[in-house]
Design a binder for this molecule. Structure first.
Ligand code: NAD
Length: 433
């Protein structure tokens, strides 16, 4: 994981994206004022008894950026670079992501400044339960619903949900999503982000001039990247390159995604795919660098690893026809301008990776109703929602003659402002509206 400086440029970049959308939306001053400030921010210290008997204190955060459209929703990140500024930026982003796929949620985010790999499992559990002890009055199934993010997983969500229930003396599965299935998780949650990105591509492929047979390169062969690669290759796309933090592999007539994944699971790195082992068929791959992967002459490039991978430096050399942003914030605003001038369509993160939060919403609905859905029900509902919203983003971009990112922000802004304005604005109280 790349280290970022404590004051990240993410918030500045997120605001830049909003600015281009603002030119297309007649927003009241009230809405602008509301969206400039997070609704509530909490900083906590979490003292943990370590395995050696010593006491160590960790800093934790939770920010609810906007909850006009419903309870705020957003993940919890465990990373040494977590700070109040970063958490606020990510909560802002979640506000727009939930609105663009029309979920009845606002945006939130949380995190703990910690290197999780340095903790034992028991320390990790104490820290996760300690975080819930510290923020218990701030979250709730009808106010603010956490989920996993970087370096947090279903087991951690399970501990957190359990701790919330212990404090409240009742079972409240809807307080957190991304839980293990046995603790009220939803079917389809682990594949949801990759599947959502895949549905966006299938919905827009003809309009983007791609389709089955087109070539694909995936940066970041983790949960989201693997799932998208798998679904695309099953439907006839040719995934010619994938990478992880240790390197990239390339095969001009397409990789066998399942076998590469099995090798990676077995050997923990893609380099293992060079060997002829028993886990998959023997295959010949070329080894390339991560930067070469980004600059391949493929039809579709899928950044699915980290923020800020496509920048003003490498954007002039990007040759893909279209980019699907499965990672959060992989393209800088400067790179966006260059890609636009080259005619490369960028499907923005707030649409491309929204499948994850959409299935989190389904999990919350199932928890609240106590009635659980089949894999097919989850997939059908995800497909219907993602395809509908991808179509809207495309249509708005055509109407307004803008890029897809601006169109997605326009749609989200319209929805958020409609809700804020429904409670009255200055114009209403002045008798002008
Ligand atoms: P993950 O940890 O499962 O996978 C990340 C992959 O990226 C790993 O294989 C890692 O080795 C690789 N990687 C790291 N640095 C790299 C580099 N410099 N070059 C190439 N590969 C590199 O994480 P994930 O859950 O798949 O998330 C990936 C991205 O998608 C993140 O930006 C995350 O915020 C975003 N996202 C994920 C979800 C989800 O539900 N998983 C939802 C929304 C957004």
């Amino acid at each position: 994981m790349q280290k970022r400086s404590p004051r990240t440029p993410i918030f500045t970049n997120a605001l830049k994206r909003l600015e281009s959308a603002l030119a297309h939306v007649d927003l009241s001053e009230d809405v602008r004022e509301r969206l400039c400030h997070p609704k509530a921010s909490l900083s906590v210290s979490i003292p943990i008894r370590m395995d050696d008997g010593g006491l160590k204190t960790f800093n934790g955060y939770r920010v609810r950026y906007d909850d006009s459209r419903g309870p705020a929703k957003g993940g919890i990140r465990y990373h040494p670079s977590v700070n109040a500024d970063e958490v606020t930026s990510l909560a802002f982003w979640m506000t727009f992501k939930c609105a663009v796929v029309d979920l009845p949620f606002g945006g939130a985010k949380g995190g703990i400044c910690v290197e999780p790999k340095s903790l034992s499992m028991l320390e990790l559990e104490r820290l996760s339960r300690g975080y819930i002890d510290a923020i218990v009055d701030f979250i709730g199934p009808d106010s603010d619903i956490p989920a996993p993010d970087v370096y947090t997983n279903p087991m951690i969500m399970g501990w957190m949900c359990d701790q919330y229930g212990i404090i409240c003396r009742q079972k409240v599965p809807g307080v957190i999503t991304g839980k293990p299935l046995a603790l009220g998780g939803s079917r389809g949650r682990d594949s949801a982000t990759g599947r959502g990105g895949y549905f966006v591509i299938r919905e827009l492929e003809t309009r983007l001039g791609i389709g089955p047979g087109s070539t694909v390169a995936v940066q970041g062969f983790g949960n989201a990247g693997f799932m998208a690669a798998q679904f695309l290759s099953e439907s006839g796309y040719k995934v010619v390159a994938v990478s992880d933090s240790k390197g990239a592999i390339y095969k001009s007539d397409g990789l066998d995604i399942q076998s590469v994944w099995q090798f990676k699971q077995h050997e923990r790195k893609l380099a293992a795919a060079y060997c002829s082992g028993s886990v998959c068929e023997v295959q010949e791959y070329d080894k390339i660098s991560n930067s070469e992967l980004l600059e391949l002459g493929v039809d579709l490039l899928v950044p699915a690893a980290l923020e800020e991978q496509i920048t003003a430096d490498n954007a002039p050399r990007i040759r893909a026809k279209a980019i699907l942003e499965l990672a959060n914030g992989p393209t800088t605003p400067e790179a966006d301008t260059i890609l636009k001038s080259k005619g490369i369509a960028v499907i923005p993160d707030i649409l491309a990776n929204a499948g994850g939060v959409a299935v989190s919403y389904f999990e919350w609905v199932q928890n609240k109703s106590g009635y659980y859905w089949t894999d097919k029900e989850v997939d059908d509902k995800l497909k219907e929602r993602i395809c509908r919203e991808a179509d809207s983003v495309w249509n708005v971009s055509q109407e307004l003659k803008t890029d897809l990112r601006t169109a997605a922000y326009v749609i989200a802004l319209r929805r958020i402002s409609e809700t804020i304005e429904a409670k009255g604005t200055k114009e209403f109280y002045d008798g002008k509206n």
